[in-house]
Design a protein around this ligand. Structure first.
Ligand code: CP3
Length: 354
């Protein structure tokens, strides 16, 4: 496959020297872009868009046409995996994701099978191949999955949740059942990510959106341990190059030190932790990705530039920083403000790499 024209992102993840700090945005292909909304309209629905490799490729590339981003991320969703496990994913308008058949009992857990990524999930793999072809080596492609814990929250709750009553009920009453579900989910995630790597993903990211809802001991036992199991099962080299893995637990700032010991290459950091503290916690074991508060993009381009400068300064000099938002970009952001952020990162970060 083609050589990369811009490999700054991969080099930063490996803590190698770069000329400037690479940048991409979580949810960079999404509703804040009018061209995304038009393609989604054409597809008919969000899931139809995910299941059409040509259109998924089109929306993946849209933010790169607008902004000089240093990475592309596969357009898909974390819930494709439980959908392939037979749970029946659907999106009710304006309500977020739901499952027709949530996992609540021992029999439900027993029924769950590890999906074949080249079977039920072939549409995701075809999207990866199509995107790699159309990227023509411009920037690396990131593959991704949800963490076992985060996928399990949706599988057991049957939708998004405020209190996690069902899954936490299971965790305290039937830890054996939850462990069995998490083990199957971890094996599904590892095989899903390995299939994405085989089809051309050049880095991977594990989204642990809900790990931060757990007490520390429960986080280690029910989220972190299974992310480690995934990492241990991952292909770490492809096309003659290391395939870095990024771990992101939202609201997981206090656990960055433990997360850095899982064998991952980088950690995503949300905006509630200062990058200088994060850097001390991980003791230069891993790179850090983040962490501008996504709401900064509601401010003026001048203020955005000042906040970008503050985040760059909080990481400071040296290698191993990938700039990003601390969580996904929100749908009502003015795209020009995202452009102002990207430009400011590229311009102001050079001083930190002399
Ligand atoms: O970053 C990217 O551009 C890649 C695409 C991506 C999507 N979802 C597209 C999407 C990624 C990486 C995800 C991950 C994802 N999906 C997570 C973990 C990341 C995080 O944000 O913490 C979670 C928890 C989900 C589950 C999910 N999917 C929810 C809760 C929703 C509804 C959100 C809402 O605001 O309605 C989705 C739908 C979804 N996934 C959209 C997009 C662009 C919006 C769909 C649409 O209406 O067009």
């Amino acid at each position: 496959m083609s050589q990369l024209t811009n490999d700054t992102f991969l080099r930063a993840l490996m803590r190698e020297p770069v000329d400037y700090t690479p940048v991409w945005m979580m949810r960079q292909a999404g509703r804040y872009l009018p061209e995304y909304r038009a393609t989604r309209e054409k597809a008919g629905s969000f899931m139809a868009l995910c299941k059409n490799p040509e259109l998924a490729c089109e929306v993946t590339l849209q933010p790169l046409e607008r902004f000089p981003l240093d990475a592309a991320i596969l357009f898909s969703d974390i819930l494709t995996v439980p959908d392939a496990m037979g749970l029946g994913l659907y999106f009710a308008d304006g309500e977020g994701p739901h499952f027709e058949r949530p996992v609540r009992t021992a029999a439900d857990v027993e029924r769950i099978a590890v999906p074949d990524p080249e079977g039920e999930l072939k549409y995701v793999m075809d999207a990866v191949s199509t995107i790699r072809r159309e990227l023509k080596g411009r920037v690396p492609l990131i593959g991704f999955s949800g963490s076992p814990w985060t996928l399990a929250t949706y599988m057991v709750e049957g939708s998004g949740s405020k209190n996690f009553s069902h899954i936490k009920g299971m965790m305290f009453d039937r830890p054996d059942l939850l462990h069995s579900l998490l083990a199957k989910t971890a094996d599904s995630v590892a095989s899903y990510l390995n299939a994405q790597i085989a089809r051309g993903a050049q880095a991977t990211m594990i989204f642990d959106t809900w790990g931060g809802s757990l007490a520390p001991a429960n986080y280690r036992e029910f989220s972190l341990a299974y992310m480690q199991r995934v990492i241990e099962g991952l292909t770490r080299e492809s096309e003659g190059r290391k395939v870095p893995v990024i771990l992101f637990t939202k609201n997981g700032g206090q656990w960055l030190g433990d997360m850095a010991k899982t064998g991952c290459d980088a950690l995503g950091v949300d905006w509630t932790t200062d990058l200088s503290d994060a850097r001390r916690m991980v003791e230069d074991r891993v790179a850090l990705q983040g962490n501008l508060d996504p709401c900064t993009l509601y401010a003026s381009p001048e203020r955005i530039r000042e906040e970008v400068a503050r985040v760059l300064a909080s990481y400071g000099h040296g290698n191993g920083h990938v700039f990003n938002l601390g969580h996904g970009i929100t749908p009502d952001v003015n795209p020009e403000h995202a452009g102002a952020m990207v430009a400011a990162v590229h311009e102001l970060s050079r001083a930190y790499h002399l």
